[in-house]
Ligand binder design. Structure first.
Ligand SMILES: *[C@@H]1O[C@H](CO)[C@@H](O)[C@H](O)[C@H]1NC(C)=O
Ligand SMILES: *[C@@H]1O[C@H](CO)[C@@H](O)[C@H](O)[C@H]1NC(C)=O
Ligand SMILES: *[C@@H]1O[C@H](CO)[C@@H](O)[C@H](O)[C@H]1NC(C)=O
Length: 361
């Protein structure tokens, strides 16, 4: 064969491979609460407590307030980076956001139950409806077959439940329910959403379990009779939830052919950081960097409240908590690293790390 032809044959066989390689990054769909909301709540009618689109949110990384409840990035931003994806845009971002790498539906304050902070958040069921809208948009753009393929290749990342438990503590909402009954209802609603995404072709799921809300600066601050201990009334919910979540996911894996998941144990890892901050490179595990009052636990970061102007710590890298209920960029990064590839950092239920899920076809 003549050299030029050889070269041409070589290029023609290799070129499609290269193209497949570069477009083969699996998309990321994101659902749930404040841990993952990258700005959807900027665009809804809500209360200021459910928004973070003002200074000093965003000071460490973006240099402007994006709506993320952090000084910088969230776990999903770090996961996207590790998966070689750009930042995944919020569903409600105006203009014509590019959803070809995935979409973020999460909303600060959202629970699995419709009643959780109702009217102020985009609850999980509405997030599912928004997911269906995106499916239609994608079908119109790339065709039904390709859109379906995208959903089945995608990793669907969830963080939900913490707000259902924050909302029920000292509230008359569901006052006739025992804690196990309430938790079962939350898990039941989460399971129904997962099952619906599976029915529409979703196969790969990543979950972050619920942190111990009782030990967040806000609830420590409310615990006026407890000398700043974790708030007793809230304690049992995350524990029951995480047990039930592990069992529910193992059950789904048995029932749904091809259902693959990873479950990250945020609860245990955050508790360790709170108890022994210096072991993880922090000076302070209990008090927030930004806020007012004991533990800076009054949710007033960036605002003047009835308790006076808010305080901001000197070096955010010394802190696990950024504000009264949210974590710092540095903590999110640590969690994302473990979640991505460290199996010993995961609960034993899931057989995959998030990295595995992205590598699967
Ligand atoms: C979902 O939550 C509602 C309350 O919002 C409850 O009535 C219903 O039983 C729950 N569904 C499941 C499957 O648990
Ligand atoms: C919850 O209610 C109990 C009983 O009414 C009260 O002692 C406690 O201080 C309340 N806790 C919060 C966080 O409001
Ligand atoms: C994985 O996580 C465990 C527990 O957090 C930690 O001790 C270990 O060093 C981590 N391994 C790697 C390779 O990061």
């Amino acid at each position: 064969m003549n050299r030029q032809i050889q070269f041409l044959v070589f290029t023609l066989t290799l070129l499609p491979l290269l193209l497949v390689q570069t477009s083969a990054t699996n998309p990321l769909f994101i659902f749930g609460d404040t841990i993952l909301d990258v700005g959807n709540n900027n665009y809804i009618k809500t209360i200021i407590d459910a928004q973070a689109n003002f200074w000093p949110y965003g000071i460490t990384f973006f240099d402007f307030p994006t709506g993320r409840f952090s000084d910088g990035r969230l776990i999903c931003d770090f996961i996207a980076e590790k998966a070689n994806l750009p930042l995944i845009p919020p569903f409600l971002q105006p203009g014509n956001p590019d959803f070809s790498n995935g979409v973020n539906f999460a909303s600060a304050g959202a629970g699995a139950l419709v009643q959780t902070f109702q009217g102020k958040v985009i609850n999980l069921h509405t997030q599912l409806r928004n997911f269906k809208k995106v499916e239609v948009m994608l079908s119109e753009k790339i065709g039904e077959v390709e859109a379906k393929k995208m959903v089945s290749k995608a990793v669907h990342l969830f963080s939900v439940g913490a707000d259902d438990y924050m909302a029920v503590v000292n509230s008359t909402l569901f006052s006739g329910f025992t804690a196990p009954q309430y938790v079962n209802m939350v898990i039941g609603n989460l399971t129904s959403v997962i099952t619906e995404i599976y029915r529409r072709g979703g196969r790969k799921f990543a979950f972050i379990n619920v942190p111990q809300v009782a030990c967040m600066p806000e609830l420590r601050n409310e615990n006026v009779h407890g000398n700043g201990e974790c708030l007793k009334e809230a304690w049992i919910y995350p524990i029951l939830h995480n047990q039930a979540l592990g069992l529910a996911l193992a059950q789904l894996e048995l029932e749904l052919p091809g259902f693959k998941y990873s479950l990250y144990d945020l609860y245990t890892h955050l508790q360790h950081m709170i108890e022994q901050p210096s072991k993880f490179g922090y000076k302070e595990g209990k008090t927030a960097c930004c806020g007012t009052g004991e533990y800076r636990g009054i949710a007033s970061c960036g605002r003047v409240s009835e308790f006076g102007n808010f305080e901001l710590c000197k070096d955010v890298n010394d802190y696990v908590f950024w504000d009264s209920t949210h974590l710092t960029d540095k903590a999110h990064n640590m969690f994302a690293i473990e979640m991505w590839s460290n199996k010993t950092g995961s609960l034993s239920y899931g057989s995959y790390t998030v990295k595995d899920l992205f590598r699967l076809p």
